[in-house]
Ligand binder design. Sequence first.
Ligand code: AMP
Length: 397
Amino acid sequence: MKVLVINCGSSSLKYQLIDSESEKVLAKGLCERIGIDGRLTYQPEGGEKEVTDTAMPTHKEAIQLVLDALVNEKTGAIASLKEIDAVGHRIVHGGEKFAGSAVINDEMIAAVEECSALAPLHNPANLIGIRACQDLMPGVPMVGVFDTAFHQTMPKKAYLYGLPRKYYTEYGVRKYGFHGTSHSFVSKEAAKFLGLDLNNSKIIVAHLGNGSSISAVLNGKSVDTSMGLTPLAGLVMGTRCGDIDPSIVEFIANKENKSVSEVLNILNKESGVFGLSDGLSSDFRDLGEGAANGNEAAQDALDVFAYRVAATIGSYVAAMNGVDAIAFTAGIGENDKDTRKAIVDYLGYLGVTLDEEKNGLRGENVVISTEDSKVKVAVIPTNEELMICRETVALVG
Ligand code: AMP
């Protein structure tokens, strides 16, 4: 099957056309600045990347441009749109309604709309992408794959907050967790790669990117994760603060005469390692360079990040009463050997030892712990698009 994978944001849209049998990407790219001016990037397999500035007033025009590029006579990946057998859509929040991927129909869309209160910036954008695809590709089966679904197996003791119960029962305030597609993909890949029986395993996945989260995966099921009701919770991230004392919100609001939403905006966009480094950067390459040049704030940001990751891993070892493997993934997890070393250096009590040479390798799945390490540590590149393709085929293939 050929599956078009769509990840639709409010003003951007990423896409990949994947052949599900070979799992090869036939073409990929993105639409940016939708509703502003518009820019299409398109790259066929083995071909040059093309960037075209072109008007895309709405997502419908953006998707039309993607479809035109896919069937372009010279550089198109397919001869006709009839070759697209299915579309897989990333959807951010499935609340408690979706514990797995779902075929898109009117009833499913209504349920996603009901979850929009929990992700007011993301779900409406995802739905716009779904509707635009339905208009342009009538009759093509479509599947929604949720960021939250993988974590729906968490037990109550992990997802309930210490708040008045009615906030959960009436408004659905609880831990949901995100990056579920990545945690699901990486935990399965890690088990396969390391020769573990997924159904009898304890795996911790550290998805460390601009947004970061960790999950505890027991026997293939998520039993805890670090993000919460929203992706603001848990680890210190690129610009998000992660867990803080909730009283800080009122304290800063009073000190700086700001509203709650203004403070929340700071916690989302100006905090994390960016805020800690005094605005130097949210990118770990810049922070590493800054720290190497003696920038104390950059070093603090790196130290705080690694400490929080290590402490969270420790809490998930406790949650699962042990761990067989730890998998690093996403931009930082896959590429930043110094940050991986800083984290793994905390894990000596688990009998973990790092193979420094292997830790320097990049690209593919690789074990970075020594042969005699009691817990295996691996780098497993994530592939959310491929996971969405697999889920789509599983439901409509
Ligand atoms: P992601 O959100 O998964 O795309 O991750 C993006 C982040 O990964 C960037 O902001 C960087 O902090 C980090 N990153 C990407 N490449 C490298 C690299 N070569 N070395 C260190 N950090 C990197």
